[in-house]
Design a protein around this ligand. Structure first.
Ligand code: GAR
Length: 193
């Protein structure tokens, strides 16, 4: 199985969707390490319940910065665990060169919009505030920019007239939970060829 490392900051529902796809046999992979910069992130609890090693990334009190030396340490930890593909799943810090150098074209992210529209924070709210008719989610390779790496696959959802930021996010998440495991499975097959 393809060895995955997952980085998150929040609820971890996308990590859970990947786990569920592994359990159901749709995805031939194994999550070997879960890391969260947020010690309160439910992703840690979900991982531990599934018997996966789950640890906190200590960013030394910085709210948004992911210090370079920390990134190098995280990359080393992922390598040490045998990780072949890194999945960002609601990870709210920018991954930069120290990690990209160790995992070139091996870091994926899921973003809750149809990139290049609405990069950055709370993309679902940006879509509603902007009066968009359509939004969705994107899985892309991570580069040093913010949500700018090469797009692998997208799924669309309509924005309804009475949508709130929350209701749109919920509809997007339903698609995220299908799209992310599907793309990870496809990349896994490609890497094994
Ligand atoms: C997801 O909707 C993901 O697309 C988004 O955060 C949520 C995490 O949910 N990511 C970003 O906004 C990244 N810029 P989860 O913790 O339940 O998977």
């Amino acid at each position: 199985p393809l060895k995955l490392g997952v980085l998150g900051s929040g609820s971890g529902s996308n990590m859970q969707a990947i786990l569920d796809a592994i359990d159901s046999g749709e995805l031939h992979a194994e999550i070997v390490l879960v890391l969260s910069d947020n010690p309160e992130g439910y992703i840690l609890e979900r991982a531990r319940k599934a018997g996966i090693v789950a640890e906190v990334i200590d960013c030394g009190g910085y709210k948004t910065k992911f210090p370079e030396e920390k990134q190098a340490a995280v990359a080393a930890q992922l390598k040490e665990a045998g990780v072949e593909l890194v999945c960002l799943a609601g990870f709210m810090r920018l991954v930069k060169q120290p990690m990209l150098d160790v995992f070139p074209e091996r870091i994926l992210n899921i973003h809750p919009s149809l990139l290049p529209a609405y990069p950055g924070l709370m993309a679902w709210k940006q879509a509603v505030d902007d009066g968009a008719q359509e939004s969705g989610c994107t899985v892309h390779y991570v580069d040093a920019g913010m949500d700018t790496g090469p797009i692998i696959k997208q799924a669309k959802v309509p924005v309804l007239a009475d949508d709130t930021a929350d209701s749109l996010h919920q509809r997007i998440q339903v698609e995220e939970h299908k799209l992310y495991p599907e793309v990870v499975a496809a990349i896994g097959q490609k890497l094994r060829q």
